[in-house]
Design a protein around this ligand. Structure first.
Ligand SMILES: [Zn+2]
Length: 252
């Protein structure tokens, strides 16, 4: 496992670290990805087609019900050793910035302090009309799902929408700017469980490499980022990351 040792050395010697995560690390905790078939009420729908502004406009009850079902599911899952290893990296390397494409809160649950959510969050609904913040529900949803009318905004009465970035929407400006800045300034960028296919998020590791960072990739399958990564560690986050952390900062 020469690659793990090389990666550990780069990680332990880095002044600034960026950890960039995608759907793979959440899938290991049981969060379905957009490639998984939908079940229950949403069986006959395509996830990519539901995650659009058009779908919400056409049938708000269907789309809001789906996101409430996903929020309810996210409340039931727990962080895995991959998320815990990311939080451990933050403790060992205090200038670490965690950037995630995931809309669950598994990094926060594992102890990450302020992960940047590039694609928003299931727990930050907002008004579709005035963008004012709305209170996320903590209620569980029925397992088979249900249609649900979106709540009304307390300021303007507009429909509340999920606080996520839909296909066809721009990424939120502040998180994207913070992420790009962190990528330009880091010494090591770890890209974990991401296909490298969803833009502009997929550019983050490319930017880091262009600005001189060592890019380390953890993914079970080959991705377009293989060529960007100086070190490729094949495997899942939950298996590879704990070993990498232990090699970088051996327990004394
Ligand atoms: Zn409003």
């Amino acid at each position: 496992m020469v690659d793990v040792r090389d990666a550990a050395k780069a990680l332990a010697g880095a002044g600034r670290v960026v950890v960039f995560t995608g759907a793979g690390i959440s899938a290991e905790s049981g969060v379905p990805t957009f490639r998984d078939a939908l079940t229950g009420l949403w069986e006959r729908f395509d996830a990519q087609a539901l995650a659009t502004p058009q779908a919400f406009e056409d049938d708000p009850d269907l789309v809001w019900g789906w996101y409430e079902w996903r929020r309810s599911l996210a409340l039931r899952v727990r962080p895995n050793p991959g998320h815990e290893a990311v939080a451990a990296i933050e403790r060992h390397a205090p200038h670490t910035v965690v950037i995630t494409q995931n809309v669950d809160d598994l990094h926060e649950q594992a102890g990450s302090t302020a992960p940047i959510h590039l694609h928003g969050s299931l727990f930050t609904p907002r008004c579709a009309a005035c963008s004012g913040p709305a209170e996320p529900s903590r209620q569980p949803e029925p397992e088979e799902g249900r249609r649900l009318a979106p709540p009304r905004c307390g300021h303007c009465g507009g429909p509340v929408r999920p606080g996520v970035v839909w296909f066809g929407e721009a990424l939120p400006v502040e998180p994207l700017e913070s992420a790009v800045q962190a990528a330009t300034e880091c010494d090591v960028l770890l890209t974990i469980g991401t296909s490298g296919l969803v833009y502009p998020a997929a550019d983050i590791p490319v930017v880091a490499a262009r600005f001189g960072a060592t890019v380390i990739q953890v993914n079970p399958q080959p991705t377009p980022l293989d060529e960007v990564a100086a070190i490729n560690l094949p495997g899942t986050a939950a298996t590879v990351l704990p070993a990498l952390v232990e090699a970088a900062w051996p327990p004394s």
